[in-house]
Design a protein around this ligand. Structure first.
Ligand code: HEC
Ligand code: HEC
Length: 220
């Protein structure tokens, strides 16, 4: 009797231990749906008050990204499609925040963050521009000729992003730390297939080339 009952007890213990987390996820900051400035306070410790990002915590500039892209990414963090891989150190900082956001919160935040001025990010990587230009031929089909992004294929702008962040993402995609599951993240999976073709030097070169699209001179 006891032997048969044990797995059942273990299983129900497992479900019980999961239940409080599910409840916590549902308990998003209620009543804040239409209060973007209050909601954005959840973001400032890592992305800064103006959405410029903070390299020491791996948080990129998010201000001025397209609304559709911000919402899609917040939803991925909320559903653990992104930031759920054990090797995704930076993604794991962002995911707990995503878990607390309701759909309405995510929409409000996406609109608000998108309306913030896109910051000028400093150039921190140096690669071979000519080689980077060559590699970028592959990217422009989705990210656009000047890395301005293309909503029709869900590809975000890359111009103006922190170069260190772009590098991390290419490595994450290649290592299938981001975009690892075609069933739940087809867009990330498609991108991961492209990153898989790049070695580290090619990543450096292409990110340097993307830096060259910035209209403003590098802040240094
Ligand atoms: C504890 C630190 C932390 C907090 C707080 C935080 N983030 Fe993040 N966020 C990060 C990190 C780190 C990343 C980069 C994850 C990666 O490398 O994949 C990130 C990534 C993102 C991205 C993806 C950007 C892209 O180009 O794909 C968005 C969008 C974002 N955060 C929005 C927010 C919003 C909105 C809030 C507030 C509700 C917030 N974050 C709060 C740390 C944080
Ligand atoms: C088939 C279309 C396609 C091609 C080609 C492509 N990408 Fe992407 N890329 C995407 C999509 C879609 C995403 C968004 C993935 C997601 O939703 O997580 C993305 C995301 C990215 C990101 C993450 C941006 C962020 O803010 O987190 C980087 C970096 C990137 N791509 C670089 C490149 C580079 C460099 C190339 C060329 C070598 C390239 N991509 C080619 C579709 C593409």
């Amino acid at each position: 009797m006891i032997k048969i009952a044990t797995p059942v007890v273990l299983l129900s213990a497992l479900f019980l231990s999961m239940a409080p987390r599910a409840a916590a996820e549902a308990a998003a900051p209620r009543g804040w749906d239409d209060r973007p400035t209050e909601l954005y306070r959840l973001c400032t410790s890592c992305h800064g008050p103006d959405g410029k990002g903070m390299e020491n915590v791996g948080a990129p500039a998010i201000a001025g990204l397209p609304e559709w892209y911000i919402e899609a990414q917040l939803t991925k963090f909320n559903q653990s499609v992104r930031g759920g891989h054990v090797k995704d150190i930076n993604g794991m900082r962002m995911r707990p925040v995503g878990l607390t956001l309701s759909e309405a919160n995510r929409k409000t935040l996406a609109k608000f963050v998108s309306s913030m001025a896109r910051p000028v990010t400093p150039d921190t990587v140096k690669g071979n521009l000519a080689k980077g230009e060559n590699t970028y031929q592959v990217c422009q089909a989705c990210h656009g000729a000047k890395a301005e992004g293309m909503q029709a294929v869900n590809a975000p702008p890359l111009v103006g992003a922190n170069d260190w962040y772009l590098l991390t993402q290419l490595k994450n995609f290649k290592g299938r730390v981001r975009g690892y599951d075609p069933a739940i993240d087809p867009n990330g999976y498609a991108m991961a297939g492209i990153a898989a073709t790049l070695d580290e030097a090619a990543m450096l070169n292409v990110v340097s080339y993307i830096n060259s699209f910035k209209s403003a001179p590098a802040a240094q």
